[in-house]
Design a protein around this ligand. Structure first.
Ligand code: ADP
Ligand code: MG
Ligand code: ZN
Length: 484
């Protein structure tokens, strides 16, 4: 490939506050239309905004998490435009003096680590929503203004990404950081994390930037990656034909798999930005900012490194187990109780997450506590349970809520390593399959797997595998002695 993509993202994250950014209306998702509004968020004349302290704190937390310089003094601005779902006719945002500038996120993609610079983060309010639907046989456009004034943090990246996959990896990492810090719940289906993607192309090796287009409102990882891949190809085709790219804002048409022109690129002056007269500058003390910084949790990248180095688990498992802060916390409780941490990582990553995903249960709602899961792994390590039965015990605990011990006792699932019993099972298998035995004795040793499978069937998974195989080999050797 001769060309490379240059990508920068503007992400809008809904801050996890109970109330809106400039009024006390709730931010609850799914409320009936226009039930969470007041004169302030509807922009009635004379109503005055008051800044939500918690929204500011969450914004500062995000800045601290990426190592940004948080400004002690930032300013509010009005961005003016007409839109039916923006009754105020302007949006309060921050332009020249944003909440924070700088910082970076390290993105790992196909084993390669890249630093993606963060340009800035600023606070702003969301607009309402238009819905176009058919009612009483005619098309109607309806407005739901519940989202007006919902607090957003806009996070602008440097144009540091070089492929759609890398842009996706950046968004995954950013989402995780915001979730870890409790800044945003990252639910893209509810529109709590949305992204505008800017892309240009250039010849590989070139250091200059091409003309960019911006794809608006991408609301899933899949859409982000696909839209960028399609837009990249469109740019390359233009360049190859020698046609100039015109700077523009595009929309992603998911069904057609195409980007469409929405409007030619708007500029800051089109919005007639001016300082918000109803709000004083936002002034933060050094001590307060330092307190927010101290309160940050361990971030995903550091946690993954600790899991790899400290626990010695495989990099892949470290990624899986740090996907959410809660899953990592769960894993750490288990890890502190079991002899084999890698085995715990495997069991949680496949068996537990498998069962939870199947039932669409979050780890925080897990019907099995980490301590109980650790008990299963201890029984497994002691040889009381085979790996098949360990999984079944897990399923039983989830279904019945009983303890591992009780289930094993009731079901008679202890692993059996008693010679007499193993011998009985082995002899039963040998009696039942004389031709297989003959073939085995004639040199077809691969049949051992078949015999072991039969023993497992007879013992309902309870036979201790290595001991059972020993017993079986002894009997077969005896038979061989008798034959020759
Ligand atoms: P605007 O406010 O007009 O959207 P910004 O300067 O805020 O413009 O940039 C928006 C985004 O575009 C940033 O994420 C930035 O990294 C990205 N960007 C800027 N120039 C380019 C370019 N030539 N190619 C790709 N992305 C770019
Ligand atoms: Mg923009
Ligand atoms: Zn309100």
């Amino acid at each position: 490939m001769e060309y490379e993509a240059v990508i920068g993202l503007e992400v809008h994250a809904q801050l996890k506050t109970r109330t809106k950014i400039f009024c006390a209306c709730p931010t609850d998702f799914g409320a009936p239309p226009n039930t969470q509004v007041c004169p302030v968020c509807l922009g009635h004349p004379g109503a005055l905004p008051v800044v939500n302290r918690h929204a500011v704190e969450l914004g500062v937390r995000a800045g601290c998490a990426v190592g940004a310089a948080v400004h002690r003094r930032s300013h509010w601005a009005r961005k003016n435009y007409f839109y039916p779902d923006l009754p105020k006719g302007y949006q309060i945002t921050q332009l020249k003096h944003p909440l924070s500038e700088g910082g970076q996120i390290v993105v790992e993609h196909t084993g390669h680590r890249r630093r993606v610079g963060i340009t800035r983060m600023h606070l702003e309010e969301d607009a309402g929503k238009s819905k176009h639907l058919e009612q009483e046989g005619e098309m109607r456009s309806l407005l739901d203004l519940n989202r007006c004034g919902v607090p957003l943090l806009e996070i602008v990246s440097e144009p540091d990404m070089r492929s759609p996959e890398e842009a996706r990896a950046y968004l995954v990492e950013l989402k995780q950081i915001l979730e870890y810090c409790g800044v945003c719940d990252g639910d893209m289906e509810k529109g709590n994390l949305r992204c505008d993607a800017n892309l240009s192309v250039r010849r590989k090796g070139s250091t200059e930037f091409g003309v960019r287009t911006e794809i608006k409102n991408l609301n899933s990882f899949r859409n982000l990656k696909q839209a960028l891949a399609v837009e990249f190809k469109r740019h390359v085709d233009f360049v190859e034909r020698g046609e100039p790219i015109i700077q523009a804002t595009m929309l992603w048409d998911e069904n057609a798999g195409k980007t469409r022109l929405m409007r030619s690129k708007e500029d800051a002056h089109d919005y007639r930005y001016f300082p918000e007269p109803d709000l004083p500058p936002l002034v933060l003390s050094e001590v307060w900012i330092a307190g927010v910084l101290r309160g940050l949790p361990e971030l995903p990248d550091a946690r993954r490194a600790r899991y790899r180095k400290g626990f010695g688990i495989r990099p892949y498992d470290a990624v899986v187990l740090t996907a959410t802060r809660e899953l990592g916390d769960y894993f750490e409780i288990v890890a502190s109780r079991v002899p084999d941490v890698q085995a715990a990582a495997n069991f949680i990553g496949s068996a537990l997450l498998g069962v939870l995903n199947e039932r669409q249960i979050e780890i925080t709602q897990s019907p099995i506590a980490p301590e109980a899961l650790a008990d299963i792994l201890i029984l497994r390590a002691q040889g009381t349970l085979s790996s098949t039965l360990a999984k079944r015990v897990l399923e039983e605990i989830i279904q019945t809520g009983k303890s591992a011990d009780a289930i094993i006792r009731e079901q008679g699932w202890e692993q059996v390593d008693d010679d007499g019993q193993l011998r009985q099972w082995a002899e039963g298998v040998i009696e039942a399959h004389p031709t297989h035995v003959e073939a085995y004795l004639g040199g077809k040793e691969s049949l051992m797997g078949f015999f072991m499978g039969q023993i497992m069937q007879r013992s309902k998974g309870r036979a201790h595998p290595t001991k059972a195989q020993e017993v079986l080999l002894t009997i077969l050797k005896q038979r061989k002695g008798e034959v020759t």
